[in-house]
Write a protein of this length. Sequence first.
Length: 152
Amino acid sequence: MGGSHGGSTTLATIAALAADPPAVAERKRHGFAAAVALYPGCAFGNPRFNTKYVAVAPLLILSGELDDWTPARPCLELAEAARAAGAPVTIKVYPGAHHAFDSASPLRYVASRVNANAPGGRGATTAGNREAWADSIREVTAFFARHLRRKD
């Protein structure tokens, strides 16, 4: 589980890639039970993620509708491509939520932040969102309860 850059790392870590050596592919297939990515960057520089993304385990992506740092649109596209490839990927986009919605932070725009999604490559907004935060806790708890059950 990870948020922002950690969410992107989660996506990359559980991706089944044709270039994976057999030992790595085997570890991925049997090493992950489930994964959660909060407001990840889904617009990877490598098109194989966006057109052929396959998660090796059930994946939940939670994004904010107003996120201008890691926009939801590429994540929606990634999830759609993954589901088309048979991967168990679920996405939820929170209306009115910005990057870092799972906090009590006030709305804050920082013009100096490096942001590949902004005109000129700089500037991003963060803000907590009480409703999205509460719902994300419920979503993550329920998701892990479903996928991390003991198999006796």
